[in-house]
Design a protein around this ligand. Structure first.
Ligand code: SF4
Length: 339
């Protein structure tokens, strides 16, 4: 029979976001997680912004596009999604028959939250002739209201796949949308959303860092504000930034995106120097507070007890699946992902 502590933790799950159970500090969580993976035919998909310990136990580490593709292809029975809520939802949309777990249900996303379904539906209804392209960082409800999903890796190709004279709504990130308007020469109508992490970088502090480290190249994610993008020598998705630092000849980089990616950059190029771009104040705001809610302990707990689980109403799932499949199809045709 289930013990009292466990059943209390289950009852409290909605409030806390995870099973709040004490773990024996002597437990080797790395070993335990490997055991659970084998016993349950489980796979851990982790975003680059996860803490280093989680990246080290993951079977696949990637950005949103890579993770969506890995989720679509996996043969595991249990998917542990070490990322934020909309990412785990995407995995569930693509794998209705599989159990999808998120280590902490409260790992949300300020960007996804900036596009609530009700107001967005009205916005769309006010522009009925527009095609809706939504960045993958949005809820299942927003996906269901979209025609095509995109990520920062494939956004340009997705936009180019739409006829030049077709008006487009782009949601939810206004910074990425403005950057894409510049790159593609389109005039997409932008939803006014943004990511709290990518808006926090201080141009002034980046400029000061650049004076101290003139040899370092500034590289940035397109969710950053225009002022930061203007001083960047390379702009790209998380994966593109990582690949750039591997191939490029510079020895130092000032990295304007969430700091989690620095772990992989340093692993891939141990002799290079990576400096996180500083935020406007002295907090650790360039760490995504949502992503960092997941911990190795919570990964272990969710695998052991198979909670918290992502569930979704079937009509919503089917409606949200269409624009994701459209994205995967266009990305395949453009050679951005394998067959
Ligand atoms: S870094 Fe920004 S966009 Fe990414 S999960 Fe965190 S809040 Fe959302």
């Amino acid at each position: 029979m289930e013990n009292f502590v466990l059943s209390a933790a289950r009852k409290n799950l909605e409030n806390v976001g995870y099973l709040d159970l004490d773990l024996d500090p002597g437990k080797d969580l790395f070993q335990e997680i490997e055991r659970l993976k084998r016993e349950k035919n489980a796979i851990i998909l982790a975003h680059y912004y996860q803490e280093p310990d989680i990246q080290d136990v993951a079977d696949y580490i990637g950005d949103s596009l890579g993770l969506a593709q890995a989720a679509a292809k996996t043969e595991a029975d249990l998917i542990v999604f070490a990322g934020v809520h909309f990412m785990a939802e995407t995995a569930k949309i693509l794998n209705p028959g599989k159990k999808v777990l998120l280590p902490d249900l409260k790992a949300g996303c300020s960007l996804a939250d900036s596009a609530p379904a009700g107001p967005f539906r009205k916005f769309k209804e006010a522009h009925p002739d527009h095609v809706v392209i939504s960045y993958i960082n949005c809820t299942a409800e927003i996906k269901a209201l979209s025609d095509i999903i995109c990520t920062s890796s494939n956004a340009e190709k997705i936009i180019e796949s739409v006829p030049a004279d077709q008006p487009i709504i782009f949601a939810p990130d206004k910074n990425l949308g403005a950057y894409l308007n510049k790159k593609t020469g389109r005039n997409m109508l932008l939803w006014n959303g943004s990511c709290m992490v990518h808006e926090i970088f201080s141009l002034e502090k980046i400029t000061r860092l650049k004076v101290r480290h003139p040899e370092a190249k500034v590289i940035a994610h397109p969710e950053c504000e225009d002022a930061v993008l203007r001083v960047a020598e390379f702009i790209g998705s998380t994966t593109q930034l990582l690949k750039y630092t591997q191939k490029d000849s510079a020895q130092a980089y000032i990295v304007a995106t969430e700091t989690g990616i620095l772990h992989q950059m340093q692993k891939e190029s141990p002799l290079k120097t990576f400096i996180p771009a500083p935020p406007t104040n002295n907090c650790a705001c360039n760490d995504c507070p949502h992503m960092k809610l997941n911990t190795l302990e919570k990964v272990y707990l969710c695998m052991e007890y198979e909670l918290p689980e992502i569930t979704m109403e079937e009509n919503l799932r089917l409606a949200a699946k269409k624009p994701i499949e459209r994205m995967l199809e266009i990305s395949r045709k453009a050679g951005l992902i394998g067959g």
